[in-house]
Design a protein around this ligand. Structure first.
Ligand code: TXA
Ligand code: MG
Length: 343
């Protein structure tokens, strides 16, 4: 597969090749501020269908459509529709950025983008490479994360190569992603908003900007509920190693990790925590860096790296599931398949 490198300079000549492939219905992976997306022309049912087969993605899981500029939202909604004021406020406040808004879908959008749904998720990414690529492509681009379904989302071009080499036209390499976790997905009406998937734009960010109550899909706090966003029900983000997460009292978390390491001395145990740990495979942020933000950015890359290094267990010092910590703990919960302990 082709690698279009624009890490040094956003070169239109290079991007035009990728954009033409997209327009023509081929699959092109590209960087966004959250994770790398696997792009397909959202007007082409054939292109969109091949996204599902290439990723091994369940057909009932809708895709997010990406647009170059906020005004391009007109291309994905019916002509006779005006969006409600809070949706317009959200676009003005958070676009370009890591917020996906569910809007009424135009018939022009390929049906497989939103299987059986009358809404489509739309987002204007805040990444100069994504914006220029979308502009040059001239069509809305449906793009799920560019991983094989069930693997951690890719945050570097080489993660995309690892998962999809030989299966897609190519990847635009724009360097590592800054946010590292997928966008917030939100349904907004005149009266209220509901977060279906937590991300870097938080519940209180939305409440402040929209001035209406913002709630979390009950699924996010009680796993017994059915999620409103189909993708949330699938096993996701899981590495080969078993992941264990503790959060709560700092000292007790550290003690729990130390004890696990002692009891599994004959196994390869990796540790992710705010401070250095005396094990061969470990990660902690640079001093001065916020742990939640830094780990959100690095998490998927670490899960992939620790698998490459054959860790049998990955132990994570978790954070309270609030503010930006909610998105991080939501992804850790999935990676840990329930092995999350509050101490
Ligand atoms: O940050 C992101 O959102 C990245 C980058 C590439 O933009 N994309 C991404 O796409 O994470 P994906 O396909 O991995 O996740 C899309 C999520 C799924 O949970 C899906 O169920 C939900 O958005 N979704 C999309 N359209 C929806 C709709 N109409 N109604 C409810 N949920 C929807
Ligand atoms: Mg995904």
């Amino acid at each position: 597969m082709k690698i279009w490198n624009v890490t040094k300079r956003i070169d239109d000549e290079v991007l035009l090749e990728a954009a033409s492939a997209l327009r023509a219905g081929e699959l092109v992976a590209f960087p966004t501020e959250t994770v790398y997306g696997l792009g397909a022309n959202a007007f082409s049912e054939d292109a969109v269908k091949s996204v599902f087969t290439t990723k091994g993605r369940p057909a009932d899981n809708p895709l997010i459509v990406h647009i170059a500029r906020a005004e391009d939202v007109a291309k994905v909604i019916p002509h006779d529709i005006t969006l409600c004021t809070p949706i317009k406020q959200a676009m003005a406040a958070f676009w370009p950025g890591p917020l996906t808004i569910l809007v009424p879908a135009s018939d022009a959008i390929a049906p497989s983008v939103r299987p059986g749904l009358d809404t489509v998720g739309v987002r204007c990414p805040n990444h100069p490479v994504a914006q220029r690529l979308l502009e040059l492509a001239g069509v809305p681009v449906a793009a799920p994360s560019a991983n094989v379904s069930g693997r951690p989302s890719p945050t570097r071009a080489r993660d995309v190569v690892d998962d999809l080499d030989g299966k897609i036209a190519g990847v635009v390499d724009g360097g590592p992603c800054e946010v590292g976790l997928e966008s917030t997905v939100v349904l907004i009406t005149d009266a209220c908003a509901t977060i279906y998937r937590p991300g870097a734009i938080t519940q209180s960010d939305l409440e402040v900007a929209l001035g209406i109550p913002v709630s979390l899909d009950p699924f996010l706090t009680a796993e017994t509920e059915q999620p409103k966003s189909p993708g949330m029900k699938y096993r996701h983000y899981a590495p080969d190693a078993s992941v264990h997460v503790w959060w709560g009292d700092e000292l007790e978390v550290t003690q729990a990790i130390e004890q696990f390491v002692r009891h599994h001395a004959d196994e390869s145990v990796a540790v992710i925590s705010p401070t250095a740990f005396d094990v061969p495979i470990t990660w902690h942020p640079h001093t001065e860096e916020d742990y939640t933000i830094a780990l959100s950015r690095e998490l998927y890359g670490l899960l992939r790296e620790f698998d490459r290094r054959h860790a049998s267990h990955i132990l994570v010092h978790g954070v309270p599931p609030q503010g930006p910590g909610l998105a991080l703990m939501n992804r850790l919960q999935k990676a840990a398949e329930g092995r999350v302990y509050q101490v």
